[in-house]
Design a protein around this ligand. Structure first.
Ligand code: PLP
Length: 440
């Protein structure tokens, strides 16, 4: 029993020369060599792996190393990489033209399909990223209510729009301070951040700022401080409090949408939010996202109403083809029970391996999304998530990468099982993790 995670064996370190060469070139032209910060592997050490292709549950890097992939492009690839139906739909759409700036049939079909899956989206807009969806939902909420403040939760990520890059300090209720340089204090001051799973703090915020909070935005299953499920009654409590105070409830289902079932977390927990943000799976791996909700609220959007939101590539024909194909395959194959079973097998195997090795590991899982926290107690919010041992995660991550498993390069991200994973993939992962955790 080592209680320490170390590399599996020196021999299993694979050469990554081509990745290193690309990184050296990228560093000269792209900040930190990456187009999204966490790809830089800063949190886990080592240089990024440059991917050249993916198929099923496997990704292959530019040196030819193959990995069982649990990143799934940070969530979208619930069907795995290069699913033949999705690829065919993209190819067919691209051959007809990649963008028109005019409406197309697939936008209508996709909106209909989303509404069928999530009835609370009576009217919706298609956009190009989860960031855009959340930013736009906030604007709509402010326009509809005539209020300016937003309440979010510590450790929840809703994209990088200014007013959402805010979390409170450890105090239960403070004005927000910017998390990022470049966000003005004035903008941050409109955002209140309280601890996840703490209804009392939300009630306190509504008392402190009566008639000022336009909306509460929440990840109904938190995935950006690692996976943390909502406590019993938390979401229902948010529904009740927001309704009582005339504020809107926004579910950010960018991760949970189509991940737990076609109806997302709102179906799983039987709560109808006023507005919903979607991204990731809804675009089938292409840049597409959506936001929508109650008809009377969404009618504030131009040209029906006074709130402006637009996009050259919104509802892009190739992206809608990928989203439609993905959701249709999900509808036809209904992989959710299989996903849950595979993810359950993985979580149980990882915990057993950790126990055998004497390493404290809490696998926090909801359906096919999960995070293994290196901590002795299961986190319930941002503060408790932060107690996880990041150094240990870094060693674990590097050992798994060397052994051929690609995990999220941060302790505080979700891992995703896809419909392309097999029991053999899961068992191989458990075996490698067992060795990494035992320091063999
Ligand atoms: N909302 C949630 C819950 C997310 O996890 C993310 C991204 O990871 C976003 C919004 C932002 O989406 P995007 O990266 O597409 O802008």
């Amino acid at each position: 029993m080592s209680g320490q995670v170390t590399a599996i064996t020196a021999e299993s370190e694979r050469p990554r020369d081509a990745s290193a060469a690309l990184e050296a070139r990228a560093l000269k032209r792209i900040p930190a060599g990456v187009n999204s910060p966490v790809r830089a592997f800063k949190a886990v050490g080592g240089g990024p792996v440059y991917i050249r292709r993916g198929f099923g549950a496997t990704v292959e890097d530019v040196d030819g190393n193959r990995y069982i992939d649990y990143l799934a492009s940070w969530g979208p690839l619930i069907l795995g990489h290069a699913h033949p139906t999705v690829v065919a739909a993209i190819q067919e759409a691209a051959a007809y033209g990649t963008s028109f700036g005019a409406p197309t049939e697939r936008e209508v079909l996709l909106a209909e399909l989303i509404q069928e899956a999530m009835p609370s989206l009576e009217l919706m807009r298609l956009v190009s990223s989860g960031t855009e969806a959340c930013m736009s939902a906030l604007r709509v909420a402010r326009a509809f209510t005539g209020r300016s403040k937003i309440l979010k939760f510590d450790g929840c990520y809703h994209g990088h729009a200014d007013s959402l890059l805010v979390k409170a300090g450890s105090g239960a209720l403070t004005f927000g301070t910017p998390d990022s340089a470049g966000v003005s204090e004035a903008v941050a001051a409109e955002t209140i951040s309280t601890p996840y799973n703490d209804l009392e703090a939300v009630r306190g915020a509504f008392e402190k700022f009566p008639g000022q909070i336009a909306a509460v935005i929440v990840e109904p299953i938190a995935a950006n401080m690692g996976v943390i499920p909502p406590a019993d009654g938390f979401l229902a409590g948010l529904r009740e409090v927001t309704k009582r105070h005339g504020a809107l409830l926004i579910f950010d289902e960018v991760v949970s949408g189509f991940r737990l079932g076609l109806g997302g977390a709102q179906a799983a927990f039987n709560i109808a939010p006023d507005l919903t943000c979607l991204g990731k799976i809804v675009g089938g791996g292409m840049p597409l996202a959506a936001y929508g909700g109650r008809r009377d609220i969404m009618e504030v959007l131009a040209p029906l109403g006074p709130a402006y939101q637009a996009g050259t590539l919104s509802g892009n024909p190739v992206a809608t083809a990928a989203g439609l194909a993905t959701i249709q395959v999900l509808k036809e194959t209904d992989p959710y029970a299989k996903l849950d079973a595979l993810a359950g097998r993985l979580a149980a195997g990882l915990e057993a391996g950790a126990k055998a090795a004497g390493v404290p590991l809490q696998v926090s899982r909801v359906g096919s999304m999960m995070t293994g926290f290196f901590s002795s107690a299961r986190p319930t919010d941002y503060t408790s998530a932060l107690s996880a041992d990041r150094e240990q995660y870094g060693r674990y991550f590097r050992a798994m990468l060397a052994g051929g498993v690609y995990l999220a390069p941060s302790q505080f991200e979700a891992g995703f099982v896809s419909a392309a994973h097999t029991e053999a993939d899961i068992d191989r992962t458990i075996e490698l993790a067992g060795k990494a955790l035992a320091g063999r």
